[in-house]
Design a protein around this ligand. Structure first.
Ligand code: ZN
Length: 152
């Protein structure tokens, strides 16, 4: 990875850490909440998700932790808001492949990930991968508790 690209990625992560998107809470119910805890680093996240007819209409996160966990949560909420639950699961699969895959992702998949690609550097640091995926695990937990999925 070139230094220039590395700097750009750092910039995106710092920006999301300093100015987190969708930070806050949603009333439960009707929203559901998923808790994420990463004891290795001490990161704690609550992800609140509101769904309607199988679509994520709103989501927010609260909690505390390292810059990677917070930036990743901000990026995640920005990414899946408005998407269907199925699309959100597919996004997580791409993020997992980005962070833990044996080889680099195809360019088309990397481009589809948007700003989340900024987390790519984390894959070199096994312990930090848990920080970067924590928000996604909390999202999956919140979705598991959400209402029945409509096929309409
Ligand atoms: Zn962490």
């Amino acid at each position: 990875m070139s230094d220039e690209l590395n700097d750009l990625y750092q910039e995106i992560i710092l920006d999301h850490h300093r100015r987190p998107r969708n930070r806050g809470e949603l009333p439960v119910p009707p929203a559901t909440v998923g808790l994420g805890y990463n004891p290795l680093c001490g990161d704690e996240l609550n992800v609140y998700v509101q769904t309607d007819g199988g679509r994520i209409t709103d989501l927010k996160f609260s909690g505390q932790g390292c810059a990677i966990s917070q930036a990743s949560a901000s990026l995640m909420t920005q990414r899946v808001k408005g998407k269907t639950i199925a699309e959100a699961h597919a996004e997580f699969a791409d993020v997992k492949a980005l962070l833990t895959g044996e080889s680099d992702l195809p360019i088309a998949v990397e481009e589809r990930l948007g700003d989340i690609i900024a987390l790519k550097g984390v894959r070199k640091f096994v312990a930090r991968v848990k920080c970067a995926t924590l928000a996604w695990h909390a999202l999956e937990s919140a979705l598991a508790h959400s209402g029945p999925v409509s096929t309409e």
